[in-house]
Ligand binder design. Structure first.
Ligand SMILES: *Cc1c(COP(=O)(O)O)cnc(C)c1O
Length: 386
């Protein structure tokens, strides 16, 4: 039967039609006044998204490019860094620091858990000579669907001078993050997650202390040089040709975000995640993260015994056109992940639950059809009364 393509992965996320239409416009000169006006307005608005008064630097790149930019702009070879990891993306940030010859110590937590502020505070308390120059941490660990409490982790740093480098690729714009208020030093994100535009743009903010560290930093950099990018920003430009179409899209996406309001965006993600989790539990499924650490933007579900996560993914895609994500590395085939990040609404939660029930029943998992959907419907109705 005909299927409609239906994307529910945690990036790239669904791009709203308004944004797609806005991107479909002729090129303009990226050194001209029209571009300058658009670019200045975009970086101003991005400051609200980052909750910062500092410059928002824009780079054409995948999110991983921003991970590299964050490391090479504030560190030097031989610097000791503490890499706090709760999954694939935390490990990646540690590996990038290693590649650039930082001395990396890892502080790993079991996959499905969040990082403990107490454990971080204890480790920093042992570092009496302030040898640790930076702490690397992921805000929302997309691979395990767990969100770290960055505010508490930032507090746990106390008076230790280490820079706090935060990967906010799958959180910014969907989960609250207060760059300046929480004292975060380097925060970066990508375009294809909460910002609702296609992949290809990265954004990074440096605190005053991070800009100081940037002056001392000797790791090699050319394309990622934050100072060059900041210098161009003064002229309302980028050092090299920017993907103009993506900026058209971002302009429209930021307008949509302003129209809805950031607080409402955050509560929408939180509500839909809660409703989805209740529905999944009512189906009889086990979730990887507990309610306390669970991500508002992606949910990791344990594949039932005897049915691999991959077969669920495959069936959903082939028979119903619904694309969900699988598990990565150690979690491959053991979980599947449902993305609910960016342009998501109540309709998406009910659709994914109903077709998941049909898929599971077909694959041999005992489901009472409608159990998850009914539970989610009830939860949505209850939320309307509040
Ligand atoms: C998506 C993502 C990235 C970057 O991914 P790219 O594929 O390089 O764009 C980095 N960190 C987190 C937490 C992510 O979710």
């Amino acid at each position: 039967m005909l299927t409609k393509p239906y994307l529910m992965v945690p990036g790239p996320t669904v791009v709203p039609e308004r944004v797609l239409a806005a991107m479909n416009r002729p090129m303009i000169n990226h050194r001209g006044p029209q571009y300058e006006q658009m670019f200045r307005s975009i970086v101003e608005k991005m400051k609200s998204v980052f909750q910062t008064a500092h410059d928002v630097l824009v780079f054409p790149t995948a999110g991983t490019g921003m991970m590299e930019a964050a490391i090479v702009n504030v560190l030097s070879p031989g610097d000791k860094v503490l890499a706090v990891s709760i999954g694939v993306f935390g490990d990646r940030l540690a590996q990038i620091a290693r590649e650039f010859k930082a001395e990396v110590e890892t502080l790993n937590f079991a996959w499905g858990q969040s990082a403990s502020p107490e454990v971080l505070a204890q480790r920093l308390a042992q570092d009496t000579n302030n040898e640790i120059k930076a702490i690397l941490i992921t805000h929302n660990e997309t691979s395990t669907a767990v969100t770290n409490d960055i505010e508490a982790l930032a507090k746990a740093r106390g008076n230790h001078p280490a820079l706090l480098i935060v990967d906010a690729v799958s959180s910014l714009g969907a989960i609250p993050l207060k760059t300046d208020e929480w004292g975060l030093d380097v925060v970066f994100t990508g375009s294809q997650k909460g910002l609702m535009i296609p992949p290809g743009l990265g954004f990074m903010v440096l605190s005053e202390r991070a800009w100081q560290a940037n002056k001392q930093s000797t790791m090699p950099k050319y394309y990622w040089d934050a100072r060059k990018t900041q210098k161009s920003l003064l002229k309302g430009q980028n050092p090299y040709t920017p993907p103009v179409s993506l900026l058209y899209g971002l302009q429209e996406a930021l307008l949509m975000m302003e129209e809805e309001g950031y607080e409402k965006i955050f509560s929408r993600h939180r509500l839909l995640a809660n409703v989805l989790r209740q529905g999944l539990k009512a189906i009889g499924l086990e979730l990887l993260a507990n309610d306390h650490n669970a991500s508002p933007v992606v949910t990791a579900v344990k594949a039932p015994v005897g049915i691999g996560g991959k077969s669920i993914q495959k069936y959903m895609r082939e028979f119903y056109g619904i694309t969900i994500a699988g598990g990565q590395q150690d979690l491959e085939n053991k979980i599947f992940r449902i993305g609910h990040l960016g342009y998501v609404a109540q309709v998406d939660v009910l659709i994914v639950l109903s077709f998941l029930e049909m898929t599971l029943l077909t694959l041999g998992f005992p489901v009472e059809l409608g159990a998850g959907v009914k539970c989610a419907q009830q939860a949505l109705l209850n939320s309307e009364k509040q």
